[in-house]
Design a protein around this ligand. Structure first.
Ligand SMILES: [Zn+2]
Length: 208
């Protein structure tokens, strides 16, 4: 009986080893085998294809996206071509923010010292926030005082900034570098949600 048990154990061990070999994938970035026990590997989806990268490469990619190391330090000769392209074109959040915030914005229809060379499109962006805790406060608007009204104003301010960020991003995607006639509207849906809509015309301007 004991002998049989021992044999079962041996067979199991063999199967486990085989499973490990089957599940061990190749890292699409460094080309090394990803160990079975590597828990921090990552799947990177580019269009319809998924690439599996090992912990080390995953860490490098994160360091790259936060600007700590260059793309060249992440890509190796073994890096999958599409993954390499993706990494080369990858922009960090800070880079994107920089580009988005460089979009000039005015509620007027021109910028001093610049001329409009192209009108791209009329664009808009909206943000929504739930009334939640403010709902009861607004029922009797006169009771919205002090810290409470400050919290509400901050929430509006934050949502407004987000709407402006989004509309700038839309302008950037159109190849524009400025927005004229920007307007911000508020509306409330069924007393539950506040919608903030930023709209304007995306244009390309150049210095005179
Ligand atoms: Zn790797």
């Amino acid at each position: 009986m004991f002998k049989l048990k021992k044999m079962t154990y041996l067979v199991d061990k063999e199967n486990t080893q085989k499973e490990e070999d089957n599940m061990a994938d190749i890292c699409s970035c460094c080309g090394r085998k990803i160990p079975f026990f590597d828990a921090e590997f990552e799947y990177i989806k580019i269009k319809d294809e998924t690439y599996k990268v090992c912990t080390e490469c995953n860490r490098k990619m994160n360091a790259c996206s936060s600007g700590d190391i260059s793309v060249e330090e992440v890509i190796s000769a073994a890096t999958h071509e599409k993954l390499a392209d993706y990494l080369r074109n990858f922009k960090s959040k800070a880079q994107i923010d920089n580009e988005v915030n460089s979009i000039m914005v005015t509620s007027g229809y021109n910028f001093e010292g610049y001329r409009i060379i192209k009108y791209c499109d009329y664009i808009s962006a909206e943000t929504v926030f739930g009334m939640g805790m403010f709902k009861s406060l607004l029922a009797s608007i006169s009771s919205v005082v002090g810290a409470e009204s400050e919290a509400f104003n901050n929430k509006i301010k934050e949502a407004k900034a987000r709407a402006v960020y989004e509309i700038r991003k839309n302008a950037l995607e159109l190849g524009a570098n400025a927005i004229i006639g920007i307007d911000i509207d508020f509306s409330m849906i069924a007393g539950e949600m506040v919608v903030i809509i930023a709209s304007g015309t995306a244009v390309v301007i150049e210095k005179i």
